[in-house]
Design a binder for this molecule. Structure first.
Ligand code: SF4
Ligand code: SF4
Length: 205
């Protein structure tokens, strides 16, 4: 079918989020809450003394049914934001050793469904034009220097965003980059709604 006619028939595809709650959240990348008692064998020790630690969680589902996802997408932490980026916010994503999952979810933000450009959020292919360094993956030996050079090349002020369990804690491998993130986005991989919401907050909205 003619794509133009198909588009007109379907109407606008872009989400009403964040004005409206999302309808189709992938549940295993949302906040995990306790359901019932019982032993849990968490491979990353994300549940200790009945407390859930999102930093190490790989959302494998092994803790179900004692624990289950809640549909709460607000699993991110903003240690520092900057209102200077309110009108336009340029991100330089850097893959320092991912499985590809975080990259895939991040890329979705440019799709018509999420469309991050409506919030003034864009990607740049050079750190010299970037407001935020968006780090994904476990640090690999060869990427250490690349990561440092990218950070040094960015103009001030700048933010560092850790996207996904690998960048936050190293996940299963436990080899996390030595970065001090201003924004932490939990998930393995993080949900596109979570990423979008965190980015909007990071730019001071
Ligand atoms: S989802 Fe997996 S990693 Fe996360 S708390 Fe449950 S068992 Fe642990
Ligand atoms: S956090 Fe999960 S999805 Fe992202 S790179 Fe690591 S293993 Fe892959």
């Amino acid at each position: 079918m003619n794509w133009f006619i198909k588009g007109i028939k379907k109407g606008i595809k872009t989400e009403k989020f964040p004005q409206q709650s999302p309808e189709d959240v992938s549940i295993w990348s949302t906040k995990i809450v306790k359901n019932q008692g019982g032993t849990v064998e968490c491979p990353t020790k994300s549940i200790e003394e009945e407390k859930w630690n999102p930093s190490r969680c790989i959302f494998c589902g092994r803790c179900y049914p004692q624990y289950s996802p809640s549909n709460d997408i607000g699993i991110f932490e903003i240690k520092q934001n900057n209102k200077l980026f309110k009108r336009s916010f340029y991100l330089y994503p850097i893959d320092i050793g991912t499985c590809g999952g975080c990259n895939f979810e991040l890329k979705l933000l440019t799709s018509p469904q999420y469309d991050m450009s409506r919030f003034g959020i864009f990607f740049t292919n050079t750190p010299r034009h970037a407001d935020a360094l968006l780090v994904m993956g476990v640090i690999t030996e060869r990427m250490k220097e690349v990561l440092e050079r990218a950070y040094d090349a960015m103009p001030n002020p700048k933010l560092v965003i850790a996207l996904g369990t690998c960048a936050i804690s190293g996940g299963l491998i436990g080899n996390n980059p030595e970065i001090k993130p201003d924004v932490i986005i939990y998930g393995c991989p993080p949900n596109p709604y979570t990423i979008l919401k965190a980015l909007i907050k990071a730019k001071g909205e």
